[in-house]
Design a protein around this ligand. Structure first.
Ligand code: 3HC
Length: 697
C-alpha cells in the first residue's frame, strides 16, 4: 500500500488522501499511489464513489517541479488524469488550499469538484516557462469556456473558489468540514444518479469559431504586453487551439511533444531556477530556523522624502503602526499630503476603497523630532545620503530608541558598519535597502553589518516577508549587491555614448535582452544627479587608473538631470515623460570625447550587449567571491525584483552560465586589454572559466 496516498472508507465512499508535504506535489510516488488506490476503489464492490483530497495545508499545488530536470517516470500525470475520468464510479475532487497546475488538472480528470471557501485554483505553468501539460489546455476550455480558461492558462494567476464556481470549474462550495461535505456530495451524486461529467469529451464550445479567434487574439495581445519576450503563453495558446480543433487524443499527443520542447527550453530552465532562487534567498546559511526574529509591533521612519514615504506606506499597508519623523512640522505636513495622494491614486486604480484608505492612514502618525521614536520596535532611517548626517542620526537614535529596537538604515550604498559604530549597540543595526517606489517594489535588500546579531538579521528577513517583499541578504560593501552589480552596466552604457553610440541605441539593445527600460532612460527617470552626488562624495577615493564617467558628470554640470529637468540623456518636450532623441547629447558626448582623447566610432549592438552585460557579470562574480552575496542566485533575485531583468532570463549570473563562462572570460580579457583596470577579470570568473565551472549549477 502506498504511503503517500491514503485509503479510507466512509460508508460506500472511498476517500483517497494525498499526503506529500509541504504542498502535496504530484511526484512519482503520488502518481503511483493514486493509480494503486484508484484501482483498489474501482475493484472494491462495496465502493460506489470516490473522493480525492489533500492532507495538510493544500490540495496538490502542481507537478513536482524538481522532477523536471530528470527523465519523466511513468505513470505520467496525464495518464493518471485520463485514468480518473475513465473510472465508472463518480470521482469527486475536494479542494482546499491551492489546486495549481497539475493539481487543478487532476481535478479536471475527476467528474465533480467541490471546494472550501478559501481554496484557490490556477494554472501558473506559464510562470515556469511551460503550459498545463496534463491536458489542462484541452479540458479547462471544455469546462470553463475559452475566455475563462485562457484567463487562467495564459495569465497564470489563480482565482478564488467563488470565481471558480462562477466559471463552472467548481460544482459546490462547502463551508466547514470539507471532507465530510465531499463525501456527502458524492453520496448524493450516487443517490441522484447524476451523470459523470467527463471533461475530455467534445462539447458545444469546441471548434475554432470567429469568437474563439478573437478571444485568442485578445490574450495574445495581453501576453505580448504583460510577458514581453516570453514564449510559454503563446505555446499555451497554440496548445489550446489544438484542443479546440483536434479530437482529444490527437491534441494530447501533439502537445506531449510541445510540452517537452517547452520544458527543455532555456526560458523554462531560467524560470524554474528563478522559482527556487527566490525561495532559497530567504534561507541564510549560518542563521538557522531556531533563530527567532524580534517582535515588531510598531515602527518609525526618519524622513518623509520619496523613499521614506514609500517605506511608511509599505509598513502601514501591511498593518504596522508607523511614526514618520521629520525636522519640521511643514515637512511632516508635506509628507502626509503626498502619502494621502498615493492612497487616492490607489483608489483611482481600484486597488483599495475609501474605507481601506482611512484604515491605513490611521496607522500613520507624523511627528517632529526623534523623541517620538522612543517606544517603537524598529526605526528605518531614510535621510539624505550623507555619511556624516547618518552617523549623527544613529548616534542620537542610540540615546532615544528603546533597548532591543532594530535600528536600520535605508542607505543604498553607504558603510553601515560605520553607522553601527556610531551607536553603543551595533548588534541592533542593520541595513534595509528599499527600491523606489518602496511601497510597490518587491525587493528588500537586507544588509548585514559585521556586528549585527543573528536575530536582528532574522528580523529584517521576516519584515520583508510580512510586508510582501522578497528579502535578500547582502554583506556590507559600497553599493551592496544590487547597486554594486548594476553600476558597471550603467557605467559602460555612458562610456558607449561617449564612444559614439546614441542613448537610444544603447537602451534599445538592453531592452532587446528583455529589460523593461534601457539604463539611460532609467537614469533620466531617477535623476542623473543621484549618482553624480555619489561620485562627488567618493572623489578622493577615485583610482586614477580607472576610467572615469566624465560624460555623466558633464551632463549634470549642464543641469541635464533627466526628466525633472526636461532634459538628460534624452529630451522631454513640454514636461512629458517620453524620451525623445536629443542631438545636443551627441554634441556634448563629442566634446567630452575630444577632451579625454576618446576615439568615436560606429558601435555594434553586439558590443553594447557584451560590454553592458559582461561588466555586470564580472562585478557579480567579484561580489560572490568576496562573500557579499551568499550565493549567485541571490544576485539574480536582486536583478529580477530590483531591476526588472526578465525572469525568463534567470538573471545575470544564470545568463552568464548560459553563455558560458569561458567565452565571457575571453571577451573580458580583451576588454581589459583595451579599456584598462575597470575590466580586471574577477578571480572567481577566471577560476571557473578554467575549470569549465558555473555560477549557478
Ligand atoms: N514542486 C516542488 N516543490 C514545490 C512546489 C512544486 N510544485 N511548489 C512548492 N514547492 C516547495 C517550495 O520550493 C518550498 O520548498 P522549501 O521549503 O524547500 O523552500 C515549499 O514547497 C513551500 O513552498 P513556498 O515557500 O512557496 O510556500 P507558500 O506557502 O509561500 O506557497 C504555493 C505555496 C502557492 C503552492 C507556492 O509554493 C507555489 O506557487 N508553488 C508552485 C505552484 C506551481 O507552479 N504549480 C505548477 C507546477 S508545474 C505543473 O503542475 C505542470 C503540469 O501542468 C504538468
Amino acid at each position: 500500500m502506498s504511503e503517500v496516498v491514503g485509503y479510507e472508507l466512509k460508508g460506500r465512499v472511498a476517500v483517497l488522501t494525498i499526503d506529500n508535504p509541504p504542498v502535496n506535489a504530484l511526484g512519482i510516488a503520488v502518481r503511483e499511489g493514486l493509480v494503486t488506490q484508484l484501482d483498489r476503489a474501482v475493484a472494491d464492490e462495496g465502493v460506489n464513489a470516490i473522493v480525492i483530497l489533500g492532507a495538510g495545508r493544500t490540495f496538490p499545488a502542481g507537478a513536482d517541479i524538481r522532477e523536471f530536470d530528470q527523465p519523466t517516470r511513468e505513470p505520467h500525470l496525464i495518464a493518471v488524469v485520463d485514468h480518473l475520468d475513465s473510472v465508472e464510479k463518480p470521482v469527486v475532487a475536494a479542494i482546499h488550499g491551492t489546486a495549481l497546475g497539475g493539481g487543478l488538472e487532476l481535478t479536471l480528470g475527476c467528474h465533480f469538484r467541490v471546494a472550501a471557501p478559501g481554496a484557490r485554483m490556477g494554472m501558473p505553468e506559464v510562470n515556469l516557462g511551460i503550459f498545463p501539460g496534463a491536458a489542462g489546455t484541452q479540458r479547462l476550455p471544455r469546462v470553463a469556456g475559452l475566455d475563462h480558461a485562457l484567463e487562467l492558462i495564459v495569465l497564470g494567476k489563480p482565482i478564488g473558489a467563488a470565481k471558480a464556481k462562477k466559471y463552472g470549474i467548481v460544482d459546490a462550495i462547502i463551508d466547514g468540514d470539507l471532507r465530510g461535505g465531499a463525501v456527502a456530495f458524492a453520496e448524493k451524486v450516487v443517490a441522484d444518479g447524476t451523470l459523470r461529467a467527463i471533461s475530455s469529451e467534445p462539447c458545444d464550445g469546441i471548434g475554432l469559431s470567429e469568437d474563439h479567434a478573437a478571444t485568442i487574439e485578445k490574450y495574445r495581445d495581453l501576453a505580448n504586453r504583460r510577458m514581453r519576450g516570453q514564449d510559454s503563453p503563446h505555446q499555451a495558446m497554440d496548445s489550446v487551439i489544438d484542443g479546440l480543433t483536434m479530437p482529444y487524443p490527437d491534441a494530447v499527443a501533439v502537445d506531449r511533444k510541445r510540452f517537452e520542447l517547452c520544458k527543455n527550453s532555456v526560458q523554462s530552465q531560467a524560470l524554474r531556477y528563478a522559482f527556487f532562487a527566490e525561495r532559497k534567498a530567504s534561507k541564510i546559511p549560518d542563521i538557522g530556523k531556531d533563530v527567532a526574529p524580534r517582535e515588531i509591533a510598531s515602527a518609525g521612519v526618519i524622513g518623509a522624502g520619496t523613499m521614506g514615504r514609500g517605506i511608511v506606506i509599505s509598513l502601514a499597508d501591511s498593518g504596522f503602526p508607523v511614526t514618520v519623523v521629520e525636522t519640521s512640522q511643514e515637512s511632516v505636513d508635506n509628507g502626509m499630503v503626498e502619502i494621502v495622494k498615493t492612497y487616492d491614486e490607489m483608489i483611482q486604480r481600484g486597488r483599495i476603497d475609501a474605507v481601506e484608505k482611512d484604515k491605513r492612514l490611521a496607522r500613520i502618525t507624523g511627528a517632529v523630532g526623534f523623541e517620538a521614536l522612543n517606544d517603537v520596535d524598529l526605526v528605518i532611517e531614510a535621510a539624505f545620503e550623507d555619511l556624516d548626517v547618518k552617523k549623527q542620526i544613529f548616534g542620537e537614535l542610540d540615546s532615544i530608541a528603546k533597548p532591543g529596537a532594530i535600528l536600520a538604515s535605508n542607505t543604498s550604498y553607504m558603510d553601515i558598519d560605520a553607522l553601527a559604530a556610531a551607536t553603543s549597540r551595533p548588534e541592533d543595526v542593520i541595513g534595509l535597502h528599499y527600491f523606489v517606489p518602496a511601497n510597490a517594489m518587491r525587493l528588500l535588500e537586507v544588509v548585514r553589518p559585521a556586528k549585527a546579531s543573528p536575530d536582528a538579521i532574522a528580523t529584517g528577513m521576516s519584515l520583508a516577508k510580512k510586508t510582501g517583499k522578497i528579502g535578500v541578504l547582502a554583506r556590507v560593501c559600497h553599493g551592496f549587491i544590487a547597486n554594486r552589480s548594476r553600476l558597471p552596466l550603467v557605467r559602460e552604457a555612458t562610456f558607449l555614448v561617449e564612444e559614439g553610440a546614441s542613448p537610444a541605441q544603447v537602451d534599445a539593445v538592453l531592452m532587446g535582452v528583455g529589460m523593461p527600460m534601457g539604463p539611460l532612460a532609467v537614469s533620466d527617470l531617477s535623476g542623473l544627479d543621484v549618482s553624480w552626488r555619489m561620485r562627488q562624495s567618493l572623489a578622493n577615493q577615485h583610482d586614477p587608473e580607472e576610467r572615469y564617467m566624465h560624460l555623466a558628470d558633464r551632463m549634470c554640470e549642464l543641469g541635464r538631470f533627466g526628466i525633472k529637468a526636461g532634459q538628460g540623456w534624452y529630451n522631454y518636450e513640454d514636461g512629458g515623460r517620453r524620451p525623445v532623441h536629443d542631438p545636443v547629447t551627441e554634441v556634448i558626448a563629442m566634446e567630452v570625447a575630444k577632451e579625454h582623447g576618446t576615439v568615436r566610432r560606429d558601435i555594434s549592438d553586439d558590443e553594447i550587449r557584451e560590454r553592458c552585460l559582461y561588466a555586470a557579470i564580472n562585478e557579480g562574480a567579484k561580489i560572490l567571491d568576496e562573500g557579499i552575496a551568499a550565493r549567485a542566485s541571490d544576485i539574480d533575485v536582486m536583478w529580477l525584483y530590483g531591476f526588472g531583468f526578465p525572469r525568463w532570463s534567470g538573471g545575470i549570473m544564470f545568463t552568464a552560465d548560459e553563455i558560458g563562462l569561458g567565452k565571457i572570460y575571453q571577451r573580458i580579457k580583451e576588454l581589459h586589454a583595451e579599456h584598462g583596470k575597470l575590466w580586471t577579470p574577477s578571480p572567481l570568473l577566471v577560476r571557473l572559466a578554467k575549470e569549465c565551472g558555473s555560477f549557478t549549477r
